[in-house]
Each structure stands twice: as structure tokens, then as C-alpha cells.
Design a protein around this ligand. Structure first.
Ligand SMILES: [Zn+2]
Length: 78
């Protein structure tokens, strides 16, 4: 039996990483928040991919390229 779905993560309501319902959000360290509040540009420490419908986080990344790509996205805590 071939399991093609092995590496496809779905949230509780069935969305995958390619679905528009899955939105990348940034996570900052406390130091990052401090820099942001001082109007410096801080890089997030992590990007998470969260379903806007059920709130599940189906993937995270700390890859510098991914952090750069999504650094202006809204923060997960908002
Ligand atoms: Zn969902």
C-alpha cells in the first residue's frame, strides 16, 4: 500500500499548506519585540503556518529565507 499522504499535513478542518486559508504568521522573541517597539526592524525568530478557520498550526519554519519572506506578515499573538 502506497501512502502518498504521509508528508502532507492537514489541519483539523482539512486544509493543507497550499490552501489560502493557511496564513503565515511571525513569531518574535522578547528581544525582537523590544527592537520593534524601538522602531528597529527585527527579524522574527520563527514563521508559523496557521489555519484561519480552526487555528491549527500545521507547519513552522526558522529558515532565514522563509523568515525574510514573511517578516512583514502579522504576528501570531495579534
Ligand atoms: Zn483548519
Amino acid at each position: 500500500m502506497i501512502n502518498n499522504l504521509k508528508n502532507i499535513t492537514k489541519c483539523s478542518c482539512g486544509h493543507t499548506i497550499d490552501d489560502p486559508m493557511i496564513v503565515a504568521k511571525t513569531k518574535y522573541s522578547k528581544w525582537g519585540w523590544f527592537l520593534l517597539s524601538m522602531a528597529f526592524s527585527a527579524m522574527p525568530k520563527e514563521v508559523v503556518f496557521q489555519c484561519q478557520q480552526c487555528g491549527d498550526i500545521i507547519d513552522t519554519s526558522t529558515d532565514p529565507d522563509v523568515l525574510e519572506k514573511y517578516r512583514y506578515n502579522s504576528d501570531i499573538s495579534k
